[in-house]
Every structure is written in C-alpha cells, then in structure tokens.
Design a binder for this molecule. Structure first.
Ligand code: 13P
Ligand code: SF4
Length: 301
C-alpha cells in the first residue's frame, strides 16, 4: 500500500476528513477533501459530518475549527506549524483602545490566537473583511493584528476611522515594489494579483487585491494570459491546475511560508493512525472566542 492509500484507509476507519489551505505542499493539496482560503475552510468546518478533522494548515486554523466545533476531534499534522502574525497584538493595547475611543469595534483578522479573538468584537478574513467592517455599526475600528490588511480595508471603507496595530506577515511583508517592477519589465502584459497582507506600496501597483481564493477566481475569469502573483507560492498548484493555458510568475525570491510547508503526507498518516496532536481549547476560552467567529460567519453571509 502506498502512503496515499494508507491515508484513504485510515480516513475511512477513523471517520475523518482532510481540510487544507492553498499554501500547503501540492501533494497535500492533492489528497485533501476540501481545499480553500481561510474563510472557505472556516465555513466548511461547521458543516462536516465526519467526527475527526485533520487540518492541514497553521495552528490558528485548527484552533478556530475546534472552537466552532467543540464536539469534534481536530488533529494537526504538525503542532509547531504556527503563524507568526497570529501573536502580534496584545490584550493590554486592546483595552487601552477601548478606553480611548467611544463606539469602537475591535476587528480581529482570523490569523490570530484564540487568546486575542476572545478580546475582539468580530473576526474577519481577507475574503470578507471589507464587507464585515462596512456592516458594523461602529465608527471607530481597531484592526488587529495585520496593519497591511487594515490599510487595504480602510481604503475601501473611507467613512470609518481606523486605528492600526503593528502586526504583519513576515512572508508577505518581504514583497518589494522593485521586484514587481522587474517582473513587469519581463512580462509587460501580465496582470499583478496581490494578497492584501502585502505592503501598501505593492498593493497600489496591483490590478487585483484579494484573498488566495479571490486571486485564483480572478485569474480564471480574466482574459489576460499572464499573471504576476504576489502571495505565498502554494497557490501556484491550483492556479496552474485550473488554468493550463495561462502563465503565472512569482517574484525572484518566491515567497514561502515555512510553517505551512511543515505539513507532509507522512505526518497526516501518523496523526490519523495514532490520534496525536489533538487541538484542545479550554471551555472558558472557547465560550469567549466563539462569539467573534460566529459573528463573522453571520455577517459574511
Ligand atoms: P487567506 O485568507 O487568503 O486564506 O490567507 C490566509 C493567510 O494566512 C495569508 O497569509
Ligand atoms: Fe501567517 Fe504569513 Fe504564513 Fe499566512 S503566510 S500563515 S499570515 S506567516
């Protein structure tokens, strides 16, 4: 039996389902039952029949799935796969902002720990942040942890006042205007598709800004045949699979999230076999952090 057959057999035996983010290795994307961006995966996670969810992504994703589905078993192929940005805010600053601004909503990017979510009013992902911030009744928005996504949203919602937090994704933050200009010189007809975690200056020179799913959908619909992709290189797999006639270029230093790449077929097989790496969230933390997640799912509908 090869490893893929082993995983399929274990999945049936354990009544398990595999969810994967677009940034994981291609061979993992290939065996996943559901693959998508953070918003899609959080939506899917609440409607699953299987008892066990194997989450191929970083820890905030598995944690959110567990918070939304406390009766399910959520397994992480690698417990050390973490998102650096998820920790780049703190409860003291949130409280300070609440004391400073009246009519404040604390908007928390889903790329955050449950510890941060529990102090927030609503969660968002890059796919639904604009829609949700527009729908909030509050005039002042403290957006955590990502300053780049915050600036992108603020531009789309100029009627609200934004307070920024100094968090960022170390992978997207590295994207440089000069690199993209060089790619543009090499491929002048290419459209630039960018994730909003990229620096503002990179977003400004883009033809489209959106979540990983947004980028994939845009590339499929566009009449253009060439694209410069400003996000993590895992999306290449789905982009090329869906569009064999189109060309996708990344910057010279192709961005890689090394935490996402920790997920391997061997680790998936092992957690399915031994049930290790289960996500646990205390009842108190779960009760407090589920509210902003559920509010997100409601407002994004
Ligand atoms: P998406 O919201 O597009 O899934 O992005 C998640 C992420 O981690 C981006 O770095
Ligand atoms: Fe976090 Fe950046 Fe990796 Fe996304 S790409 S999981 S934001 S470190």
């Amino acid at each position: 039996m090869n490893i893929i057959e082993e995983i399929q057999k274990l999945k049936e035996e354990k009544n398990a389902v595999i969810l994967a983010h677009y940034y994981v290795n291609p061979e993992v994307q290939e065996i996943a039952d559901y693959i998508g961006d953070s918003y899609y995966l959080s939506k899917v996670a609440v409607d699953l029949e299987e008892q066990t969810i194997v989450f191929c992504g970083v820890s905030f994703m598995g944690e959110s799935a567990k918070i939304l589905n406390p009766d399910k078993t959520v397994l992480m192929p690698d417990m050390t796969a973490d998102c650096a940005m998820a920790h780049m805010a703190d409860a003291e600053t949130i409280q300070k902002m609440r004391d400073t601004y009246e009519d404040l909503a604390v908007v928390c990017y889903i790329n955050s720990t449950a510890e941060l979510k529990q102090h927030s009013d609503v969660c968002v992902t890059s796919a639904n942040a604009v829609k949700i911030v527009k729908a909030l009744p509050n005039q002042n928005i403290f957006f955590i942890p990502d300053r780049n996504l915050a600036h992108f949203v603020a531009e789309q919602v100029p009627e609200k006042h934004f307070v920024y937090n100094e968090g960022y994704c170390p992978v997207h933050e590295k994207m440089q205007v000069e690199e993209i200009k060089r790619e543009k010189e090499l491929h002048p007809d290419a459209e630039v598709l960018t994730h909003p975690e990229c620096p503002e200056a990179v977003c400004r020179m883009s033809d489209y800004i959106g979540s990983t799913s947004g980028i994939i959908t845009y590339a499929g619909k566009s009449d253009c045949k060439e694209f410069i992709i400003c996000t993590e290189n895992g999306v290449r797999y789905e982009l090329e699979k869906q569009n064999p006639d189109k060309k996708f270029y990344f910057t010279e230093t192709e961005p890689v999230c090394h935490d996402m790449k920790k997920i391997t077929l061997e680790k998936i097989r092992d957690v399915l076999a031994n049930g290790e790496n289960e996500v646990h969230v205390t009842q108190e933390l779960r009760e407090n952090s589920v509210k902003p997640l559920e509010r997100m799912l409601e407002l994004a509908k």
